[in-house]
Design a protein around this ligand. Structure first.
Ligand code: 0X9
Ligand code: ZN
Ligand code: ZN
Length: 428
């Protein structure tokens, strides 16, 4: 009896410690700031990217042709200021304290749901998303079908949903949350699923019913869980490296298409864009590739959701020397999306172009693999809101406006695809 009480007490202490350990062991970003740095020459860019290699103090949030967004630890601010002067570039403070944004986000999530219920006024955990998915599948058994891509490195199931109102529809595939910290992507994907099933708007019903949808709300499940329990700013997968203490691979550099070419990925396991020890080294990406291959004849359009910077990016990622044969069509399609989004009262502006053309070489990405190796002629990366004010920690009040933009954008994109002849059935 007393032994039992002792054991119960021990268990309770263990639980309490576990809980506080879980809390306290979260990686914090107190007084980490984010600067937007504009540059002109390659030397300036190289100097800045070299800074970012000191991973304890600098982290690259975003990179484009003429600017980088750098997160900087408080202790490295002096060094940063020195380098900015030395390189003669201009730096603008965007976020003063990353931890403050994370705290606000956490408080907002908690205020909206103390009970772990699902919704779009907050960001949901993987558990909440999967529980909601189960409800949706149960509520719409005829139109929907759940499927599994496979297991992640940490043995989580990667789940997807197919929505099909009738046979003979063109197929649209949506990949979401391949990058762990890009929470707005799964929030948007789940909102779209809900709209496709419940909306009473004619134009949404028309869109939903005339396409077959294959949607993966969270592809990088391990990384996503890790951003919720440990490090809000995590990007990669969670598979350890055999040659380094650094963990994870950039899953959007891991596909077997021009893998590691042209500096489009790093061979350093500590880098945020590490391509992995081999193509398809990540079980999540192998699973995704197997699934897409198995249904590629049914897929007309593939869209990968990312954040942030409000861009539509088309192939190629591995080179800007060459452009795909249907590049002009892709630009028309992108323009349709951008124009539609801008016409909403929010007035949000999206820019577009090829990935390597307007951003940087990025090889082994989903959309390039789908385009180059799977004969899917319209593939897009969409980088959602915002342009840096909040970056990855976009307040939940943006979820619905962002999702409305995605919806109207996708309507316009698919209308243009239809007009240009991209929605014909591939196998007859
Ligand atoms: O670098 C990436 O993987 C994407 N940007 S993000 O900030 N979300 O990490 C852009 C990928 C676009 N490039 C290709 N599709 N090749
Ligand atoms: Zn090649
Ligand atoms: Zn991304």
């Amino acid at each position: 009896m007393s032994v039992n009480i002792f054991l119960v007490a021990l268990a309770l202490i263990g639980l309490a410690q576990g809980a506080s350990f879980g809390q306290d062991s979260r990686i914090r970003y107190d007084n980490y700031s984010v600067y937007k740095v504009r540059f002109e020459t390659k030397d300036q860019k190289d100097l800045l990217k070299q800074l970012a290699e000191d991973r304890n103090n600098f982290r690259l949030w975003h990179e484009a042709k003429n600017e980088v967004h750098l997160m900087i630890s408080p202790s490295a601010l002096n060094e940063f200021e020195k380098q900015v002067l030395r390189a003669n570039v201009s730096a603008e403070l965007f976020i003063e304290n990353v931890q403050a944004l994370i705290n606000t986000e956490e408080a907002e999530n908690f205020m909206v749901s103390r009970d772990g219920s699902f919704g779009w006024k907050k960001y949901n955990t993987l558990e909440e998303i999967y529980a909601w998915l189960d409800e949706i599948l149960a509520a719409y058994p005829v139109i929907t079908e759940g499927f599994e891509l496979g297991q992640s490195y940490e043995n989580r199931t990667i789940r997807g949903i197919k929505i099909s109102y009738k046979s003979g529809n063109p197929g649209v595939f949506i990949e979401s949350n391949i990058h762990a910290r890009e929470w707005i992507t799964s929030a948007t994907a789940t909102w779209l699923i809900n709209e496709f099933l419940t909306s009473t708007d004619d134009f949404v019903r028309q869109l939903a019913e005339s396409h077959d949808w294959y949607i993966i709300p969270v592809l990088n499940v391990d990384g996503f869980v890790y951003t919720h329990v440990k490090d809000r700013m995590w990007r990669k997968t969670r598979q350890p490296s055999a040659i380094s203490t650094c963990v994870g691979v950039d899953p959007n550099r891991n596909y077997d298409s021009h893998w590691m070419e042209n500096g489009g990925a790093s061979d350093n396991p500590c880098a945020e864009d590490y391509g992995g020890p081999a193509p398809f080294s990540e079980p999540e990406i192998q699973a995704m590739a197997n699934y897409v291959s198995s249904i590629k004849d049914k897929i007309n359009v593939l869209i990968a959701f990312h954040s942030y910077s409000q861009l539509l990016l088309s192939p190629y990622g591995h080179t800007s020397e060459e452009y795909p044969p249907n590049f002009d069509d892709q630009m028309e399609v992108a323009k349709a999306y951008a124009d539609a989004v801008e016409s909403l009262p929010y007035g949000t502006v999206y820019r577009y172009g090829s990935s390597a053309g307007i951003l940087y070489p990025a090889s082994g990405a989903t959309i390039d693999w789908a385009y180059n190796e799977q004969d899917i002629d319209i593939t897009y990366t969409i980088e959602f809101r915002d342009t840096g004010r909040y970056g990855f920690i976009l307040p939940p009040t943006h979820i619905i406006p962002n999702a409305e933009e995605a919806l109207i954008g996708i309507v316009a994109l698919l209308d243009k695809c239809e007009e240009l002849g991209y929605l014909k059935l591939k196998t007859l």
